[in-house]
Design a protein around this ligand. Structure first.
Ligand code: C2E
Ligand code: MG
Ligand code: MG
Length: 600
């Protein structure tokens, strides 16, 4: 038992314990870590528990948490034993002085249930027990030098294994486990000094594309080069780690506030600007960066990593390093409450659909309307899709939501047909929808449920949506196309889809993103983009729709450029179903050339 205590103190604890563990009663998080360490490494057989004492004799940690913080014994200078009650049980206690790092740190104690020891001592002759104990001590002393050598070698091996366990094989950077440890250490120090810590998460944009086009080997080379580059961009006190895939992370105890963190993020961004040379090719990379700060955004490892991740995800949209903000956090308690409400909203049919007409520029005819979902929230009023779609997309609610919208839009489409109106309807899909192989079957059954001609249905997908998994998306889209459903690429020009990809997809329509159309009157570049997109679409045999047409001038210019169809506030805002029917009837009765009026 004494031997066990000494061995534990020498080999296991010397590495695992920190000076801080003896300096003051440990915090809750560290206490949990120590509980685990002791449970897995130390507590064997009849061992009741273990205790750490600081240099002044205060209990800084004990497996019996009630003892933590109590002052109870002077520090041990060499191994000592006692038979005394411990945590309500008579125990054999062994105290061993422990060094952590260089100096003397405190005392480590193991408490062994005395009952079985006493019983076996009583059973045997007590003198025999005494002799045995002496013999054991003799044996221990004689074996000590050998043991030290073995321990040293063992420790060498252990260090190697530990290095492997805590570092990433490809780049040699610390891995996720070590990264968490480093954050933990930085937090302990920051707490003491009342300073801050920043945690940055980096994710390469388009790494998958690089990997797919240049091959995995080049992908690996890029990650290695990137790791080296990142190491040159941080300070000695910072740690850069690879968390997996193309995700890297930095913990910086030096960057303790927003300003410092943003400066660091900017240094990283600028540092990644120079292209990487890979086997004769130069590759440019860009990374999205998310930042979470201690103490503002969280005070433990989990919260900081998760919040930096949320910020990074938002950074992907803005292409700027982003600080965590609870309002963008889909998992914050507020948002979680909303998830429950959204589920209820779908069940209670609180989601409503507004329809925005699309008008043929040449004839003024309306061949189609776009279904745009809104949430008629009992307390918050009418919520726009931007306020709840990201939530639905993050929580698996998007599939039921899409089904709901599709069902309602097809029901309305069937209703219009009965009133002698015949616009088709287009429904927006999200990435998750396209990854679901069941979608085509679902669409087919909704079409037949409402008796709508499949050619009247169009689905809109963004370039971004396809990029998540182009192969799977293509399969789903082809099956939709086989049903007769039309397909349009929404927000065209904002993503990265290549012409090659576009050509491979069964697309019928390109919708030019409204950001280009809105400004084309004032911005020559936007005008050029719109013009060339129209040409591109026509060359590929597609029809081209311009979104965001707000003025007569834009309408005129689009007509001049030969654009096929326009959609925007100049023609009509998205309208509730009943209002749309009125609007369509009124237009139908007007004689061409129809005047464009602003409605809504
Ligand atoms: P989107 O598909 O690009 O839809 C067009 C958006 O532009 C609509 O915003 C519409 O109100 C707005 N818009 C139309 N004309 C103009 C204009 O002249 N000027 C300006 N400034 N804006 C105009 P909304 O309804 O807020 O929808 C935003 C986005 O939410 C949609 O963009 C679409 O991506 C998504 N969305 C809407 N409904 C659904 C849905 O049922 N399912 C899915 N997955 N996404 C949807
Ligand atoms: Mg759309
Ligand atoms: Mg759009």
């Amino acid at each position: 038992m004494a031997f066990h205590a000494r061995f534990v103190a020498d080999s296991v604890l010397g590495d695992e314990l920190r000076t801080n563990d003896f300096a003051r009663p440990v915090r809750e998080q560290r206490r949990a870590a120590l509980d685990q360490l002791f449970r897995s490494e130390v507590l064997v057989g009849g061992t009741l528990g273990a205790t750490l004492y600081g240099p002044e004799g205060r209990v800084t940690y004990s497996t019996d948490h009630a003892l933590i913080g109590r002052a109870s014994r002077r520090p041990a200078t060499s191994m000592e034993t006692s038979v005394q009650e411990w945590a309500g049980t008579k125990a054999l206690n062994v105290y061993v002085p422990v060094r952590v790092g260089q100096g003397e740190a405190g005392t480590f104690a193991l408490h062994q249930d005395y009952g079985p020891i006493a019983a076996s001592a009583r059973k045997a002759f007590i003198p025999v027990a005494g002799v045995l104990e002496l013999a054991l001590i003799g044996l221990y002393l004689s074996l000590f030098p050998l043991l030290r050598r073995v321990t040293r070698r063992l420790r060498g091996h252990l260090e190697e294994i530990e290095h492997q366990a805590l570092h990433d094989g490809l780049t040699g950077l610390p891995n996720r486990d070590l990264f968490r440890r480093r954050i933990d250490e930085a937090l302990a120090e920051a707490q003491q000094r009342r300073t801050g810590v920043s945690v940055l998460l980096l994710d390469l944009d388009r790494f998958k594309e690089i990997n797919d086009t240049l091959g995995h080997q080049s992908g690996d080379l890029l990650l290695q080069a990137l790791a080296k580059r990142l190491e040159t961009l941080i300070r000695d006190t910072d740690t850069v780690a690879r968390l997996g895939g193309d995700e890297f992370a930095i913990v910086s105890p030096g960057a303790g506030n927003e300003g410092d963190a943003l400066v660091l993020a900017e240094r990283i961004r600028a540092g990644l600007e120079a292209p990487f040379a890979l086997a004769g090719l130069t590759v440019e990379v860009e990374a999205s960066v998310g930042i979470a700060l201690y103490p503002d955004h969280g005070d433990d490892v989990e919260a900081l990593i998760r919040h930096a991740d949320v910020a990074m995800y938002n950074g992907k949209k803005t292409h700027r390093p982003m600080l965590y903000s609870p309002k963008d956090d889909h998992y914050s308690p507020d948002r979680l409450a909303l998830v429950g409400e959204l589920r209820r909203a779908i069940a209670n049919r609180e989601l409503v659909i507004h329809y925005q007409p699309r008008v043929e520029l040449a004839t003024g005819d309306v061949h189609a309307v776009e279904a745009l979902v809104r949430w008629d929230h009992p307390e918050r009023g009418l919520l726009s899709p931007g306020e709840f779609l990201p939530l639905a997309e993050h929580t698996g609610m998007i599939r039921p939501l899409t089904r709901y919208v599709m069902d309602a839009a097809l029901a309305d489409c069937a209703g219009w047909a009965q009133e002698g109106l015949r616009p088709g309807v287009s429904v927006n899909l999200s990435a998750r929808d396209l990854l679901d192989a069941d979608l085509p079957r679902e669409v087919e059954s909704l079409l037949s449920k409402h008796g709508v001609d499949p050619t009247l249905l169009e689905v809109e997908i963004t370039e971004h949506t396809i990029l998540t998994d182009p192969e799977r998306a293509r399969i789903v889209l082809e099956r939709l196309r086989d049903l007769g459903v039309r397909l349009s690429i929404d927000d065209f020009g904002t993503g990265f889809s290549s012409l090659g990809q576009l050509k491979r997809l069964p697309v019928d329509v390109l919708k030019i993103d409204r950001s280009f159309v809105l400004n084309m009157e004032h911005d020559d570049n936007d005008d050029v983009i719109v013009r060339s997109t129209i040409e591109l679409g026509h060359n590929l045999g597609l029809r081209v729709v311009a979104e965001g047409v707000e003025t007569q001038e834009t309408w005129g210019r689009l007509a001049q450029l030969g654009c096929d169809t326009a959609q925007g506030f100049f023609i009509s805002r998205p309208l509730p179903r009943v209002v749309l029917v009125e609007w369509l009837k009124k237009r139908g009765s007007e004689e061409p050339p129809r005047r464009m009026r602003l409605v809504g």
